[in-house]
Design a protein around this ligand. Structure first.
Ligand code: FEO
Ligand code: CA
Ligand code: CA
Ligand code: CA
Length: 652
């Protein structure tokens, strides 16, 4: 797409075969080392992890959390961080069988009261891990035990609310009558970063952890908060003699008091946000409510230009949900750029750019055009009403619009997508890529019934789609394999131009629009990273979280790479990757049985690629990620660092 480009980068590896084993597979000439698996102690409150270790709340709070997902590299100084850096890592959820293996499993997993200390341990296994990593003289990597940078933010850590929802009636609780604080971040899936050096961690499947038995609100229905028991039954520990400040009771948001200051009816309204962390200081994290409230997969900064607003893209990962863009009110000042190693008030800069601005939702049109629809109280809905009126809110209630982001997007006529997962931005062109992982609730015709998040069909227009009809960017009914789209902002800031980049498929599928072969068949794209190699060149890295048998019978989840700039113009309008250039998309790595591969970046010198292996079934067998065991190990999600044996740059 860029006519001024020089000779594009070429991939220097051959596509590897699919694999179904208990090992990580990488190309010939590469190594893969396991780093910071779940349970690795972060400090000198000494305990050694071993397969028989009984995890406790205290141990878990001082060690790496479970189920590694999104992650970001933060340099510690201006040298760039290719040999030493701070890793910020999401711990999305847990494998209870692995966590409680020495005890033979969790207590009262499905019914009855969970023991308080089991719940505390599980709460501490969620959240975010910050860990200092360093490359040794022999080229291997290790974490730095006792580094002052090592710390955890868990689903119990006190956090602040920022932006329009902060201090509003929507978020007053017994814990925070002023509506300014909450406890914990949950289900931190993908991640992002800001130009000022903070980590963005995104709350995705948090509705599954809350229940509300009665007096249910519109957003409980829309977002899918259940009625009976939370995902791990944390609320069942309420009333334990050791409970402090409703630490368990808060997961049941049924009103019990005279008003919101006496109970936890609003607790779930303090979740569903993009959360900003200063990884360097350990300051109290801030939930940036201006970016909307939904099942946030992740959050990615757009092309950055001096004197222009700062832009962030995010998606709501649920069937027939939407893609969003936040545009800051403040213009970008390069003086705010991260200065690693120097004192900075990064969260004050975060407030400047992330607490004031406009949230938009995407409408995709056939023919490759699209429109950003502002979610403001006076926006005009598709049926001609003011948005605040259509939602029954006061004329200045932006907090209400944000609490009900999904309803607002429905009313504006946003395009329901095939489960938006990760985004990636080419910093030169500003092209944005986003994975649409799959959608079992997409049909040719759609369904007249609208739905609520817990599957109840209701009769009110503009409240989500039980089954959406196919549309231009989501053209396949019962879409099991997913696709990746790409868009670029138009000169008119409310418009964009889009196209499908690649469709997932099995090689032998009749429906294989991008012409994939055994060498690159994939389904359910999820993780994504644009690896900018300068001068407009870069590699798009794609990771999968596949539930489609057509591909899963050939290979476990995987990492693929493609150089978009080398694909050239295409005769085939269905997707940018197509039968005439499909060999440009290559399989680089495959994960072990039972896992998904998620989270990705390389060191600035591009000699080390970091990925995460989440929910493996029988891995890792050793520090060498490529070795399988003959028996059964206590599985541990972990980071894996992939390097070339000759020390050269990855993938080229
Ligand atoms: Fe946690 Fe949408 O993946
Ligand atoms: Ca994901
Ligand atoms: Ca996924
Ligand atoms: Ca996952």
């Amino acid at each position: 797409r860029d006519a001024t480009r020089r000779t594009p980068l070429t991939l220097g590896f051959t596509s590897i075969a699919g694999s179904r084993s208990d090992a990580v597979i990488v190309p010939e000439g590469y190594t893969a080392q396991v780093l910071v698996p779940w349970g690795t102690p972060l400090n000198g409150q000494a305990f050694e992890w071993h397969a028989g270790l009984a995890m406790t709340p205290e141990r878990q709070a001082q060690s790496v959390g479970m189920h590694h997902d999104g992650m970001v590299h933060f340099p510690l100084d201006r040298a760039g961080g290719s040999r030493e850096f701070l890793l910020a890592l999401n711990n999305e959820y847990i494998d209870q069988a692995a966590l409680w293996a020495p005890q033979g499993g969790p207590t009262h997993a499905d019914q009855g009261r969970r023991p308080a200390d089991e719940v505390r341990t599980e709460i501490h296994a969620h959240g975010v891990t910050l860990v200092h990593l360093k490359k040794q003289a022999d080229g291997r990597w290790s974490h730095v035990p006792d580094s002052a940078y090592n710390r955890r933010y868990t689903s119990a850590s006190v956090m602040a609310l920022g932006g329009p929802v902060a201090g509003s009636d929507y978020v007053r609780t017994r814990f925070s009558p002023e509506g300014r604080l909450t406890r914990g971040t949950n289900n931190n899936c993908a991640s992002g970063h800001t130009p000022w050096g903070t980590y963005l961690t995104c709350e995705e499947n948090w509705p599954n952890y809350f229940i509300r038995r009665e007096a249910r609100e519109r957003d409980d229905e829309r977002l899918g908060i259940g009625r009976e028991r939370g995902r791990y039954g944390w609320e069942s520990a309420a009333g334990d003699a050791s409970e402090q400040d409703g630490e368990f009771a808060r997961f049941d948001t049924t009103p019990t008091g005279a008003d919101a200051r006496e109970d936890y009816r609003n607790e779930a309204r303090t979740f569903g946000y993009v959360v900003e962390i200063d990884p360097y200081t350990g300051e109290r994290a801030v939930k940036r409510t201006a970016l909307g409230r939904f099942r946030h997969e992740g959050c990615w900064p757009g092309k950055l230009d001096r004197g222009r607003p700062v832009v962030f893209y995010s998606g709501h990962d649920a069937r027939n949900e939407y893609i969003y863009k936040f545009v800051s009110r403040a213009a970008w000042d390069p003086a705010d750029a991260n200065r690693p190693g120097e004192p900075m008030d990064r969260l004050a800069i975060g407030a400047k750019y992330l607490d004031e601005g406009t949230l938009y939702v995407a409408r995709f049109e056939a023919g490759g055009r699209g429109e950003w629809l502002a979610l403001t109280p006076d926006a005009v809905t598709r049926d001609g009403r003011r948005l605040h009126e259509a939602l029954g809110l006061a004329a200045d209630d932006q907090a209400g619009i944000l609490i009900h982001t999904c309803d607002a997007a429905d009313l504006m006529g946003a395009t329901p997508m095939d489960r938006p997962e990760w985004g990636a931005v080419d910093p030169s062109s500003g092209d944005v890529y986003m994975t649409l992982t799959n959608n079992s609730q997409r049909t040719a015709e759609g369904s007249a019934a609208t739905f609520t998040g817990d599957g109840q069909a209701i009769d009110e227009p503009g409240v989500g789609f039980a089954t959406a009809p196919v549309n231009a960017p989501n053209p396949r009914p019962d879409n099991a394999a997913g696709q990746i789209i790409r868009w670029r902002e138009a000169d008119d800031a409310s418009r964009f131009d889009w196209e499908v980049f690649v469709f997932g498929a099995a090689a032998d599928d009749a429906d294989n629009p991008s012409g994939l072969t055994e060498a690159n068949q994939f389904a359910s794209p999820d993780g994504l990273w644009f690896d900018d190699r300068g001068e407009g060149d870069g590699i798009l890295w794609i990771q999968t979280d596949n539930g489609f048998d057509g591909v899963a019978e050939h290979t476990n989840d995987q990492v693929l790479a493609v150089v978009p700039g080398a694909l050239g113009a295409t005769e085939d309008a269905s997707s940018v990757v197509n039968a005439s250039n499909q060999q440009a998309l290559r399989r680089f790595a495959v994960g072990p049985n039972g896992s998904e591969v998620t989270g990705i970046f390389a060191t600035p010198d591009r000699t080390a690629l970091f990925i995460n292996i989440q929910h493996p079934g029988n891995w890792p067998a050793s520090e060498d990620a490529t070795l399988a065991t003959d028996g059964q190990v206590r599985p541990r999600a972990a980071t894996v660092v992939i390097q070339k044996r000759d020390g050269g740059q990855i993938a080229v």
